[in-house]
Ligand binder design. Structure first.
Ligand code: FAD
Length: 289
């Protein structure tokens, strides 16, 4: 049975979640419980991140992505990075994904890391043909503010067009805290004839340290509206978390009102984030409960 994510966009606006695999000693049992909680919201799919770095959790991406389909009937999207990998290593990952019944893959380059030199793949677009040949529905990352390594926005859009032309079926955006960046990006995609569906990734801020990290790793701007809310919450960690969720819900309402292809919630493995997003989207009529 096919559960290609690209086909979902033709029927309706989608609603999905991202989780990351448990790190260190945390067992796959933890992920199982989390997926069970998220499955209650009947998302169109749940994506599972992949860490090629030192966290040692890359193996569980496939296991979690496979299990969520078998146990909860939730379509999965497994992330896969290609930086530092050879074609043979990717062929092994493909075999694992197929054995687990995963049909959707988010093709990524991965962040530059010491020791991860280019082997067979320079860019995410180079990974797409091998995945398409293996029969996957393939997603790609996109950046409403432009990718952090690329200084020129129109160059960033040109490279995204090349990503579409490589066979990518749909896109998932990087987080942003000012929706105007997304609307500007969407117009630029239209002008560049980027026609594949774009699902919009939204994440709540949780602390000053987290948002500063985001700004430097993803190049996301921090608008004054966010700074003011962080200032108002002061040193109160709980008030900051609440403010982050409230701000995310405002972003979601505005995006829903402006007609997006899909909304993708970066849950950070927190069911309360998923719950708040779900309630907001039911309330504004984006999701029909
Ligand atoms: P690419 O599309 O290859 O782009 C990387 C850079 O190369 C960009 O600056 C681009 O402009 C430039 N470029 C592309 N093509 C060309 C070309 N032909 N010539 C010159 N320059 C070019 N990372 C993880 O490690 N694990 C994850 O699970 C993960 N999940 C993510 C999910 C989403 C939705 C997003 C948005 C990002 C995710 N990332 C993840 C982070 C991602 O790996 C980084 O953002 C990485 O720096 C770029 O990945 P990419 O696939 O967009 O790369």
């Amino acid at each position: 049975m096919s559960n290609f994510i690209s086909s979902y966009f033709t029927n309706k606006q989608t609603f999905s979640f991202e989780i990351f695999p448990p790190k260190g000693e945390l067992s796959i049992e933890t992920a199982r419980t989390l997926v069970g909680e998220l499955a209650k919201f009947a998302p169109d799919w749940i994506s599972v991140t992949f860490s090629a770095g030192g966290s040692g959790n890359s193996g569980s991406t496939v296991a979690i992505a496979g299990e969520m389909q078998e146990q909860y009937g939730v379509t999965s999207l497994a992330h896969l990075t290609c930086m530092g990998a050879s074609k043979e290593e990717i062929a092994e990952r493909i075999a694992e994904l197929k054995a687990a019944g995963v049909q959707n893959v988010l093709a990524l380059r991965g962040d530059r890391m010491p020791g991860h030199e280019i082997v067979d793949f320079r860019y995410a677009a180079d990974l797409v043909p091998q995945l398409k040949e293996a029969g996957f529905c393939v997603g790609g990352a996109c950046y409403p503010e432009g990718h952090v390594e690329c200084l020129d926005f129109s160059t960033s859009i040109g490279r995204l067009k090349a990503k579409q032309d490589s066979g990518t079926d749909f896109l998932v955006t990087q987080l942003f805290f000012d929706n105007e960046y997304f609307y500007r990006f969407r117009e630029a995609c239209d002008r560049a004839r980027i026609k594949i569906p774009v699902t919009v990734g939204v994440m709540p801020f949780t602390s000053v340290a987290q948002i500063q990290r985001m700004a430097f790793t993803c190049g996301a701007s921090i608008p004054s509206q966010v700074i003011k809310r962080l200032v108002a919450a002061g040193n109160d960690a709980e008030a900051t978390r609440r403010a982050g969720i409230e701000f995310m819900c405002e972003q979601l309402r505005d995006l829903a009102a402006n007609g997006v292809d899909g909304l993708h919630i970066y849950t950070m493995n927190r069911p309360d984030v998923a719950q708040a997003a779900y309630d907001t989207l039911v309330d504004c009529g984006y999701i029909h409960a």
